[in-house]
Design a protein around this ligand. Structure first.
Ligand code: PMP
Length: 281
């Protein structure tokens, strides 16, 4: 089942207009939630980010986040989802194509669930990455549907036989096409500060919290491609990728070429804090 506005319907019953501004302009915001054992993971962070994205692009949310939470949980139950994701997007609505905000349009909400196993293999073995200039706009903190630069960047990585792309602005590492970037260097965990140049990843915040609980020194400060290339460890964080080690960057080995000890320690701590049992309603 899909959630379409306030109703649960089949995919075929979702009637999104060709005039939807999400289709013309990417004029909408979205979230991807992780579900472990039927439970939405770190839901509060996702709702807060959704509210901020919607507020800053001036799309009124059709429902309170409390009501949205109720709807998403119902969707999870209806679809009997145990392990997977919930995708939800809200566009500004349908109106004849014209740049200004339409006077009449009503926001359109759509959400669905996807079953997905956890990425055990890549989390254990690590992945490879290539670097690329970050050519996106200056509000990367907003989770909007305008993902063409991210799509182009991801494909660039795949075309080179790599899994992910590490973006940089004139040599300053920002994040990846669909994940945040962290390195370990001289015992310190380093990642770009949560400003307008990166998405404020829910997993990023969760991992930084874990690191502080583990008394690992954390530096939320921009680092360079040189720092990246001389890092002892590197990994990405994301809702679907969790904590995935990077073992090669631009064909150069990171550290020993295997997931490093700090990365593995964080992965273990992450694992321990996952929701264990489904709440039956
Ligand atoms: N940066 C970008 C550009 C992303 O698309 C994502 C994941 N959607 C992330 C970072 C990671 O964010 P989160 O941990 O909330 O999934």
């Amino acid at each position: 089942m899909y959630l379409y506005q306030n109703e649960f319907v089949s995919k075929e019953q979702v009637r999104i207009s060709p005039d939807d501004r999400g289709y013309y302009f990417g004029d909408g915001v979205y979230e991807v939630f992780r579900v472990y054992n039927g439970i939405l993971f770190e839901a509060e962070g996702h709702y807060e980010r959704l509210e901020k994205s919607a507020r800053d692009v001036r799309i009124p949310l059709p429902y309170s986040t409390r009501h949205l939470d109720k709807l998403l949980n119902q969707l999870i139950r209806l679809n009997e989802l145990a392990e997977g994701t919930v995708y939800m997007q809200i566009t500004r609505g349908a109106a004849p194509r014209s740049h200004p905000f339409p006077a009449q349009a009503e926001p359109v909400l759509m959400a669905y669930t996807t079953e997905m196993a956890r990425p055990f293999e890549t989390m254990e073995k690590g992945i490879t990455a290539v670097t690329m200039e970050d050519i996106r706009w200056l509000r990367c903190d907003l989770k909007t549907l305008n993902l063409l630069p991210n799509v182009m960047a991801k494909q660039h990585a795949l075309d080179q036989g790599a899994h992910e792309v590490i973006l940089h602005r004139s040599g300053t590492v920002t994040e990846c096409s669909a994940s945040n970037m962290m390195i370990v260097k001289n015992g310190e965990l380093r990642t770009h500060p949560a400003n307008h140049l990166i998405l404020h990843g829910i997993t990023r915040a969760f991992v930084l919290q874990l690191a502080r609980q583990l008394n690992l020194p954390v530096r939320e400060e921009a680092f360079t491609l040189d720092d990246l290339r001389t890092a002892d460890e590197a990994f990405i964080t994301g809702t679907t990728t969790e904590i995935t080690p990077i073992i090669r960057i631009d064909k150069q080995t990171v550290g020993q070429g295997v997931p490093g000890p700090v990365t593995v320690k964080l992965q273990r701590a992450f694992e321990e804090r996952l929701p264990k049992a489904a709440i039956k309603s």
